[in-house]
Write a protein that binds this ligand. Structure first.
Ligand code: IMP
Ligand code: MG
Length: 173
């Protein structure tokens, strides 16, 4: 698998700047409070790692794995919990962090799950948003970049489990 620099959609520098900005906004919005960041694996591990370092508040971090597309580019429309939240999140301010909201089915599922577990507040944060593809009635509270309906990889996003380590985001065709 070879990466192609010709199709760069979002550069490393653009990501760094935007993550800093979103981290600052989150820090302001939650001022005086604590946040439980729920990072959805595997796609958001790099974004979440960078984002939490830009949040200047007490933060706890947990991970959850849901079923993904596998090697397919099309959503199966069903979400399964592979690894559930490892902590008691009752009464906490939960910020769900994912790499991309596509159909929105994953984020909607996790949102409802977190609510059911008794979180005091639930907000969503995504690196990328593809609003054109939305099927579920969910919009992110925080979003770094809106993108058109193209398949992208890099900075945590994968194709065939490759490219997560690429520090920028590019079109995969
Ligand atoms: P949704 O449930 O359709 O919103 O899908 C969300 C998940 O689909 C993301 O967390 C990604 O794992 C995957 N996904 C959607 N679009 C892309 C893409 O363009 N590149 C890589 N993964 C994607
Ligand atoms: Mg994912």
């Amino acid at each position: 698998m070879e990466e192609s620099k010709e199709n760069i959609l979002i550069t490393k520098e653009q990501i760094t700047e935007k993550v800093k900005e979103i981290g600052h906004i989150i820090s302001e919005d939650y001022k005086g409070e604590e946040i439980y960041v729920l990072s959805l694996l595997r796609g958001s591990f790099i974004f979440a790692a960078d984002l939490v370092r830009e949040i200047k508040l007490p933060v706890k971090i947990g991970f959850m794995t849901t079923s993904s597309y596998g090697n397919e580019e099309v959503s199966k429309g069903k979400v399964k919990i592979i690894n559930d939240i490892p902590d008691n999140i009752s009464g906490l301010n939960v910020l769900i962090v994912d790499d991309i909201i596509d159909t929105g089915i994953t984020m909607e599922f996790v949102y409802k799950h977190v609510k059911k577990l008794g979180a005091a507040s639930v907000k969503t944060c995504t690196l990328l948003d593809k609003p054109e593809r939305r099927k579920a009635g969910i919009a992110p509270d925080y979003c770094c970049f809106e993108i058109p309906d193209v398949f992208v990889v890099g900075y945590g996003l994968n194709y065939g489990d490759y490219f997560r380590n690429v520090p920028y985001i590019f079109n995969w065709n």
